[in-house]
Design a protein. Structure first.
Length: 295
């Protein structure tokens, strides 16, 4: 009896160990055998990167996983993936399943539900899955284009190498260095001029302020001058000059008669001429006019 009991215990322990091993492996794969789920069938043309226990996500949240995969017996080019979805997860009809494979090779099935229907997919229905174009697919598409560009890139590199080795480039760089040095020198001179100007600006500003003050004083003095009286005085003076000029031109005044009488002018002119002749004769013949007797 003890022997049988011992064998039974060993058998029970062995069964428990196998169960724990199965549960542990399933747990490591992300499968919870104690959690109730709904099963769905998804068909893919390409399952590169897809493995058992690949997660199914909705808006980034895990809602299921791949429980198993097999080839489609009706079409060997397609693969059937069986999904275990959360018990409360219902798939509306026309929902999309997209296989997304990252650059590192990890795969994810992305679920996109159809919000415009109230009908749901049953466990016997087949969902057509699609593979999203990733970076690797884009790289495969770009490889032929890159191969076509390689000869052009090689030609461009050859041209760049010839340009780098050209003596003209060296001379141009030397000229640029000279221009840079000249600009630095000009900048230094400009800074010096600005420094001098900054020193002179306060003096110039002070002089301008003083000049403005003087002009303000002159303006105040001009404002104090009685221009009306001055203009009246000038007007009176001009009127007197005009009267004097009129009198000089008139033949009624003495000065007017003297200035405008032609006969008087001729008489005076003749008298002056006779006086000049008399003086000349006196100088030439003094004895004629002066008698000197000596006793």
């Amino acid at each position: 009896m003890d022997k049988v009991s011992k064998e039974v215990k060993i058998g029970i322990a062995f069964v428990i160990a196998i169960f724990l091993l199965y549960y542990g492996i399933s747990f490591l794969k992300g499968i919870n055998i104690f959690k109730s789920s709904n099963s769905y069938i998804v068909v893919f043309d390409d399952v590169t990167g897809l493995t058992q226990a690949t997660p199914v996500t909705l808006n980034g949240f895990k809602v299921g996983l791949v429980s198993s995969m097999k080839l489609d017996p009706n079409d060997p080019k397609r693969v059937i993936a069986y999904l275990d979805m959360d018990k409360g997860m219902k798939l509306p009809k026309d929902s999309k399943m997209s296989l997304d494979v990252s650059v590192l090779g990890s795969a994810t099935i992305i679920l996109e539900t159809n919000p415009y229907t109230k009908e749901y997919v049953s466990s016997s229905d087949t969902i057509i899955g699609a593979r999203k174009k990733g970076m690797m697919d884009a790289a495969d598409t770009m490889v032929p284009q890159i191969q076509q560009l390689l000869p052009k890139i090689d030609s461009i590199l050859t041209g760049i190498q010839a340009l780098v080795n050209s003596p003209a480039l060296t001379q141009s760089l030397s000229d640029v260095n000279q221009i840079t040095a000249d600009l630095a020198k000009s900048t230094k001179q400009l800074n010096s001029m600005m420094g001098t100007l900054n020193k002179d600006v306060p003096t110039i500003t002070s002089n301008l302020s003083k000049m403005s003050t003087d002009l303000s004083g002159v303006s105040n003095q001009l404002n104090q001058v009685d221009l009306t009286t001055t203009f009246k005085s000038v007007d009176s003076t001009m009127k007197n000059i005009e009267d004097l000029s009129s009198k000089l031109n008139s033949k009624e005044s003495s000065l007017g008669l003297l200035l405008n009488d032609r006969q008087l002018y001729d008489s005076i002119n003749g008298t002056i001429s006779n006086a000049s002749l008399l003086l000349k004769d006196v100088r030439e013949n003094p004895s004629k006019y002066i008698n000197v007797k000596v006793f």
